[in-house]
Design a protein around this ligand. Structure first.
Ligand code: PLP
Length: 389
């Protein structure tokens, strides 16, 4: 039986399925055809996939024909981060990949580049991409090895800090390079326009916006320049991603994309008010709380904080016992909490770690007040500095 007393404040890890997506999924289960089949059943499935493609394209200001469905953002990252490109019929070589030091592991691992050809670009102590450092790296790039490719996230998953992607893209294009944007945590939280970002490629993930898990998309600015396929076979998705489309999940993704785009600004303004209530209450309850990135632009839903003398892992368990699901930095697949590479990149001591509260479309004022009550309780029973639990 569902435990109704739980409060879910970990929307950056994954968003609960939206009710309208559940309805769309139930309908999609009855579409029995293969979208590649020419008969009526196949055509019905194809129509539904193409409608979802339009919704995902609208979410990021792109053309529907420029959306390639994948099994998620990690696969999209591995598809796009490769030294091997095609420009029409000619091969195009990318010499080096530059990634910001705060990227998600899906990008930080460098996709299909060899480790030697992946260079990190630092961030400032505010957690914002260091544009001067990027400029210098691009000036020093050896073009005889191939073009530079730069990957920067639009919004960081731990801090919620918005990155200067359009400014970075200008530098990248001036250097003749390609710009890749991880828009996973920005989708549904900021208006996104692939043209305005000046991105060549971006990718999004369904489960972060209330759609089903295991589906995402690589979105391209045009079609002239495409990465070498990662998955070969029947030539689906115009040969960029073979395998029968996960019709059900794609339909759910499309429904989620349409939902979050409609009323995006108003919904996020309401979430910002809740986050303000939360952070004001936290500062009142613990004057020493450090809210990372509070001085720079963040999306409305994320609070990443450190409570001195409280290890993030201990804090996470304490909140869980109080009925509140939040996260200690970003959870890795083992469920273990590693040191936050984001705090390290910002030059902060990663030992205590950080706790992340992330809000979503159904978060209520009452839930925030309950989370604050738990925060007060947990903050007040901390041991004095130097005796961290
Ligand atoms: N990029 C960011 C910023 C993320 O937060 C995540 C998920 O945690 C991913 C990429 C990977 O997305 P997916 O779970 O769809 O592979």
């Amino acid at each position: 039986m569902a435990n109704t007393s739980r409060i879910y404040l970990d929307w950056n890890a994954t968003a609960p399925l939206l009710p309208c997506v559940r309805d769309a999924l139930l309908h999609a289960f009855d579409l029995s055809g293969n979208p590649s089949s020419v008969h009526k059943e196949g055509r019905a499935a194809r129509m539904a996939v193409e409608s979802a493609r339009r919704n995902v394209a609208n979410l990021v200001g792109a053309q529907a024909s420029h959306v390639v469905f994948t099994s998620g953002a990690t696969e999209a990252a591995n598809l796009v981060l490769t030294p091997d490109y095609k420009m029409g019929r000619s091969a195009l070589r990318i010499g080096k990949l530059y990634v910001s030091a705060i990227e998600h592991p899906a990008v930080r691992e460098g996709g299909r580049f060899s480790k030697d050809n992946v260079t990190e670009v630092p961030v400032t102590s505010d957690g914002v991409l260091d544009l001067d450092a990027l400029k210098k790296l691009l000036e020093d790039h050896d073009k005889t090895t191939g073009l530079p490719m730069v990957a920067v996230m639009l919004v960081n998953n731990e801090t919620g800090i918005v990155q200067p992607v359009a400014e970075a893209a200008r530098l990248v294009h001036a250097a003749g390079g390609l710009m890749v944007v991880d828009a996973v945590q920005a989708a549904g939280r900021l208006p996104i326009d692939i043209q305005a970002l000046d991105a060549d490629f971006l990718f999004v993930s369904s489960h972060k916006i209330g759609g089903p898990k295991g589906v995402g998309a690589l979105v391209t600015r045009g079609e002239a320049m495409m990465p070498k396929a990662l998955i070969h076979g029947g030539g689906q998705e115009k040969g960029h991603r073979s395998g029968t489309e996960n019709t059900t999940a794609i339909i759910g993704f499309g429904a989620a994309a349409a939902f979050v785009l409609d009323g995006l600004v108003e919904r996020n303004a309401a979430i910002a008010t809740l986050r303000e209530r939360l952070e004001t209450g936290m500062r009142k309850a613990a004057v020493d709380v450090i809210i990372h990135g509070a001085e720079v632009e963040r999306v409305a839903n994320t609070t990443f904080f450190t409570l001195p003398s409280l290890k993030a892992e201990t804090g996470q368990i304490a909140f869980d016992i109080e009925g509140i699901a939040l996260s200690a930095g970003s959870a890795c697949s083992s469920g273990k909490v590693g040191e936050s590479h984001v705090l390290t990149a910002m030059g902060k001591d990663p030992k205590l770690g950080g706790l992340r509260i992330s809000l979503g479309v159904s978060t209520s004022e009452a839930e925030i007040d309950q989370a604050l009550a738990a925060f007060e309780k947990i903050a007040s029973r901390r041991k004095p500095a130097g005796q961290a639990a």
